[in-house]
Write a protein that binds this ligand. Structure first.
Ligand code: G
Ligand code: G
Ligand code: MN
Ligand code: NA
Length: 259
């Protein structure tokens, strides 16, 4: 409760930050596909409380909805600024990924809220990729199917986040209108020494492709992992090897370097 109170106060005092981590296509020249927006709670001493320590707390109350709305407003505003500065010339140039929590995803008015958030900045949802964990989708698969379809009808893309860590029921993937499968970093980290893990990733990539989805590997830290993912036909990568999550102010310089 104490912690939740502090988090609520931090949100109201505009002390939370969004950092942006690049995602690159795994082909020649590693072209930029976009950035994932990641919440950070700075502590004043230069350190951050990581989101996996405070998102679950926020999820226990309506705080997560305020937090989610703030993230959405922040991304919409930032997106408008980058467009005005000519840094994101078209929606096709690159997209921004927003994580949706299970509780946000469950709400019937989710898409209206997201859309009106972006509409306030004169934007649609067409430059956004929403990331939803397997677990959040499986809470109510029928509702999920509908939410995903509505999001996509607004031009948004959708990704299954942390793929492989949750419900391993694969049959639902067939029914869901998703664009990307994000392979959890635990599989990527286990890649090098263990041939078994290679089999798991390889199967995940094959399955995703057969169902018409793109694959994004998270947590890529070494050139060996990158090479291995490339051999396995993975479509895109994200991780410290390419770049750590950065502050919004660092994004223009990054775009210049990778252009
Ligand atoms: O950035 P980091 O790897 O520490 O993030 C840890 C977890 O927190 C990730 O699973 C990520 O999806 C989640 N997370 C980060 N930012 C957000 C956010 O804005 N909303 C939600 N719901 N989850 C987030
Ligand atoms: O949405 P998700 O929970 O998957 O968020 C990805 C998390 O992984 C973020 O918290 C991000 O900071 C973290 N991350 C990104 N790249 C790397 C990496 O190369 N290694 C590790 N260990 N974590 C990473
Ligand atoms: Mn994510
Ligand atoms: Na993930």
């Amino acid at each position: 409760i104490e912690f939740e109170h502090r988090l609520r106060a931090a949100l109201q005092a505009h002390q939370l930050e969004l950092h942006y981590q690049p995602i690159h296509r795994l082909s020649d020249g590693l072209p930029l596909l976009g950035f994932e927006a990641l919440l950070r709670w700075p502590q004043g001493d230069g350190r951050y409380i990581p989101p996996d320590q405070f998102i679950p707390i926020a999820e226990e109350s309506d705080l997560i909805e305020h937090l989610g709305l703030w993230v959405c407003q922040q991304v919409a505003r930032q997106s408008r600024l980058w467009r005005e500065q000519g840094l994101q010339p078209t929606t096709e140039a690159w997209r921004i990924g927003i994580n949706l929590s299970a509780r946000q995803f469950d709400r019937a008015d989710l898409v209206d809220r997201l859309a009106s958030c972006f509409a306030q900045e004169g934007l649609g949802l067409d430059g956004v990729t929403f990331e939803i964990t397997e677990g959040a989708m499986m809470r109510d698969p029928q509702r999920a199917e509908q939410q995903l379809q509505t999001l996509r009808s607004h031009g948004a893309q959708c990704a299954v986040d942390d793929f492989g860590t949750g419900y391993s029921s694969l049959s639902y993937l067939r029914h869901f209108a998703i664009d990307h499968l994000k392979i959890d970093k635990s599989f990527v980290h286990a890649l090098s020494p263990h041939p078994d893990d290679l089999a798991i990733i390889s199967a995940a990539i094959g399955l995703a492709h057969q169902l018409g989805h793109q694959t994004v590997a998270e947590g890529v830290e070494t050139v060996e992992q990158l090479a291995c993912l490339q051999r396995l036909g993975c479509d895109a990568v994200q991780g410290y090897l390419l770049s750590r999550p950065m502050q919004a102010a660092e994004v223009p310089g990054y775009l210049e370097r990778v252009a």
